[in-house]
Design a binder for this molecule. Structure first.
Ligand code: NAD
Length: 258
């Protein structure tokens, strides 16, 4: 290695040194960790909203609840979602490895694709703070069911399948804009951030609150912050080390040194 490679190697070693000394580690991931699995993020250069700003409507609760056309379009997009044919990548596997080494106490993911759990992260330490697209929930009676069953109904011709139990509107079990987070998930995430002495933010623009507020909670509690994200984030100036290289390059190298 020389030049850029030397500097990257030194930064990885610096971050690994902090990680080795840490006693309570929190990793927060965002859409960026799944782009290398073929799932586009929202705000990156090839992001879904960067390419089509109107797509944000599909993720907004009030439009979803009031407009059948938005729901029909959402169901079509769910059918075609790249997550169904994607697999965990080196970044997800590095997170599993960090846990296996006893160096990860809590994983908070903003991702709804389920790839961390598919990769092998333990459900006990994983908080899917924005829910999961692998299930549906009835917005009236709260009944939950596997997404696959609802998708079968869409494939069979129901453009906007209602709840089988009460006829209410079904939605993927994800947190839309305008929808509150599960209070337990939020409280557990904030508690973990407050306990942490090392906080690693991976593939998140840190733009969506309250998840984006977790690094600040950790910093206030005295934690060291490391960020891996291709583009700048609002917290970069507070971080010990910022990597703007691909996650699949940096994260496995970092975990290997721990
Ligand atoms: P975001 O789209 O706002 O930001 C992703 C960031 O990751 C960008 O800044 C981008 O530069 C960076 N990035 C992308 N690929 C990278 C790579 N290979 N290496 C390094 N950096 C990379 O994502 P967010 O902060 O998670 O917020 C978006 C919201 O949308 C979240 O709430 C999430 O629930 C949802 N979302 C989830 C998925 C998913 O589940 N895979 C996909 C899109 C959006």
């Amino acid at each position: 290695m020389s030049g850029r490679g030397d500097r990257l190697g030194a930064s990885i070693e610096a971050a690994a040194g902090l990680l080795r000394r840490a006693r309570y580690v929190v990793v927060l991931t965002g859409a960026g960790i799944s782009t290398e699995s073929g799932i586009p993020d929202f705000r990156g250069p090839s992001g879904v909203w960067t390419k089509d700003p109107k797509a944000e409507r599909l993720s907004t609760l009030s439009y979803y609840m009031s407009d059948p056309q938005v729901r029909k379009q959402s169901w079509r997009q769910r059918l075609d979602h790249p997550a169904w044919s994607s697999a965990p990548n080196a970044g997800h596997l590095a997170v599993v490895e960090l846990e296996r080494k006893g160096r990860l106490q809590t994983l908070v993911t903003q991702n709804i694709d389920g790839l961390h759990l598919q990769a092998g992260s333990s459900p006990e330490i994983t908080i899917e703070i924005h829910g999961t697209m692998r299930e549906v929930v009835c917005m009236r009676c709260g009944e939950r069911a596997p997404m696959e069953r609802a998708l079968e109904r869409v494939r069979a011709g129901e453009a906007d399948p209602p709840c089988r139990r009460c006829g209410g509107i079904l939605k993927s079990a994800t947190i839309s804009f305008g929808q509150n987070l599960d209070p337990d998930d939020l409280a557990r995430s904030q508690l973990a951030a407050a306990r942490s002495d090392f906080f690693l933010a991976v593939g998140t623009s840190l733009a969506v609150h309250p998840a984006a507020g977790l690094p600040a909670i950790a910093l206030n509690a005295g934690a060291r912050l490391v960020i891996i994200n291709a583009e700048p984030t609002p917290m970069d100036s507070d971080a010990e080390v910022v990597f703007q290289q691909p996650i699949g390059e940096v994260l496995p190298a970092l975990v290997a040194l721990v």
